[in-house]
Write a protein of this length. Structure first.
Length: 547
């Protein structure tokens, strides 16, 4: 990762790497910032093998800290800015994180301060959003956004980002074993729901960046990527950050997703590519400023994190003139393992074909040592240079997630069930843990959801299993509606069920104002199940709700 970054900066020099709200940071400036971070951390006594955390939104601080930590020979630990004190404390202790980078924002610093007091964390490095903005916007931010700024206590354990990098930036990285040294610990719920730290080596991360670049048949075209997916998430870490650095492009960076701001940036910055999740593309389509947005420079968008419906793909492509392709990956695979091709239509409804040097095959859902029965779907397993080293301090979890074949190849079990066609295109059927047991039959929620998306009124949908005294479980659908749509849950149920097998038929369709989403904006089946079955208060239901 260090060699990759240094080489890109040597090539890029004065070219912009970051466009942050109109302020440009060149490759040379970003390299200097990373060297200063590494030097400052080394002067504080940190070095190879230490775990250093990023509790940051998308700001230029993230890049300087991320690559500075890697230059030090230390390991980056990503923390979501949405974490509670308890969640942050748990992962700090689990990873052994010694220092965290954050911002003087009310949404971040108070949480980080509580973790500093209640955990083994040693220090905080605190940056300022205003300091990263163009001069005019910086002045306005300081004048009108003071309510969003948290006071930084006078505490020797708390260091200003500006003070950390107040050095000459002279730093020589120690030797790094790319195949074994861990660049990033990325926490994931995995297939059990228990947060585990996926250990991604320098080779894992740099290989995946190169694999994603190799997807583009026009790598020399203008490259201005919308960086609105959160960089703490592995999807953005690979597809926005590392991939763009390798390709010599520019990240048009926004601190968070806001449809109006994203559309404005697409026009003003002449954005050429957007990685996102399906709900993000839906929000762009729903916004009234869509019609006045200039999409003429936009070439390709890649969707991941959740299934992309054929209807959403068609609508977005018609509205923008850009291609929207679906890909697939996991935290354990550094971000991406498969994608539809950029250059032709691919196969909608699939996650595409394996990336270069990546192998995908199916195993029996019950016994991963066996192949599935002919014609039957199987669990997807993966092998390739981007597959993680293992889980941090969890050899027990490694035993359950890896399977070694007769040739000694170690395959990663994904927990996803799929099919592979004669052209090597992979279709996800469902997740093993999401399957609903109905009277001895296995029902895949995604197949029911795919049908619901064909109804013109349905905007979003999730299907879960609910207790049923006769069948054990029954499928139940939850939906939100497109603006202006008027249909009841009973009407949707009566439209849906005749298209399903008897064991797949839902007991109800519940129309709601909202469905729960994860931190990156994809629909969250786990949170819906907790609301409906776990005693949590459900989100408000629309007037048309039937249960």
């Amino acid at each position: 990762m260090v060699e990759m970054f240094d080489a890109a900066c040597a090539r890029g020099g004065p070219k912009p790497l970051i466009d942050f709200m109109g302020r440009h940071y060149s490759y040379a400036e970003t390299l200097d910032g990373a060297n200063r971070v590494a030097r400052g951390l080394a002067d504080l006594g940190y070095g190879p093998g230490d775990r250093i955390g990023l509790f940051l939104p998308n700001t230029p601080h993230y890049l300087a800290a991320y690559y500075g930590i890697l230059k030090l020979g230390a390991t980056v630990v990503n923390f979501s800015p949405l974490y509670t004190v308890a969640e942050l404390e748990h992962q700090v202790e689990d990873s052994g994180t010694k220092l965290i980078f954050t911002l003087s924002a009310q949404a971040l610093l108070p949480t980080a301060l509580k973790v500093l007091e209640g955990s083994s964390l040693e220090r905080l490095v605190v940056g300022s959003v205003a300091g990263a903005l163009p001069i005019g916007k910086s002045i306005l931010y300081r004048l009108f956004k003071q309510a969003e700024v948290a006071a930084k206590p006078n505490d020797p354990r708390i260091i200003a980002f500006s003070r950390l990098i107040h050095n000459r930036g002279k730093f020589t990285s120690p030797p790094i074993d790319a195949a074994n040294d861990v660049a990033l610990i990325q926490y994931t719920g995995g297939t059990t729901g228990t947060p585990k730290g996926a250990m991604l080596t320098h080779q894992n991360m740099s290989a995946n960046a190169r694999q994603v670049v190799a997807l583009d048949p026009q790598p020399d075209s203008p490259d201005r990527i919308l960086g609105v997916l959160p960089l703490f998430h592995v999807f953005a870490n690979t597809c926005v950050l590392n991939r763009t650095v390798v390709n010599g492009g520019c990240i048009v960076m926004l601190p968070r997703f806001n449809a109006a701001q994203a559309l404005a940036a697409i026009s003003s910055a002449k954005v050429t590519a957007i990685p996102g999740v399906p709900t993000m593309y839906q929000a762009l389509l729903d916004h009234p400023k869509l019609a006045e947005t200039d999409f003429s420079n936009l070439r390709v968008c890649i969707s991941g994190g959740a299934p992309l419906s054929a209807e959403l793909k068609a609508r977005f492509e018609a509205a923008t003139g850009a291609k929207l392709i679906e890909g697939y990956g996991l935290s354990e695979s550094s971000g991406v393992v498969a994608a539809n091709p950029y250059a032709n239509a691919g196969k909608p409804g699939t996650i595409g074909q394996p990336l270069p040097a990546t192998r995908i095959r199916l195993v029996d859902k019950e016994d991963p040592a066996q192949d599935p029965s002919p014609g039957e779907p199987g669990e997807i397993v993966l092998a390739g240079p981007q597959i993680m080293k293992g889980y941090w301090n969890r050899p027990d979890a490694d035993d359950g997630v890896f399977v070694t074949d007769a040739e000694g190849v170690r395959w990663l079990r994904t927990g996803d069930v799929g099919r592979i066609d004669e052209d090597g295109f992979v279709a996800i059927v469902d997740r093993l843990k999401d399957m609903i047991a109905v009277g001895g039959f296995k029902v895949f929620p995604s197949q029911i959801e795919a049908l619901l998306y064909k109804h013109g009124a349905v905007k979003e949908t999730l299907v879960i299993g609910v207790p049923d005294t006769y069948r054990g479980e029954a499928p139940r659908a939850y939906v939100t509606l497109n603006e202006g749509a008027s249909v009841t849950g009973d009407e949707l149920r009566d439209w849906l069920n005749p298209q399903l097998g008897k064991h797949e038929r839902v007991d109800a369709v519940v129309v709601r104002d909202t469905l729960p989403k994860t931190m990156i904006g994809k629909l969250s089946r786990k949170d819906l199940i907790a609301e409906v079955l776990g005693g949590a208060t459900p989100a408000p239901a629309a007037a048309a709700t039937t249960a």
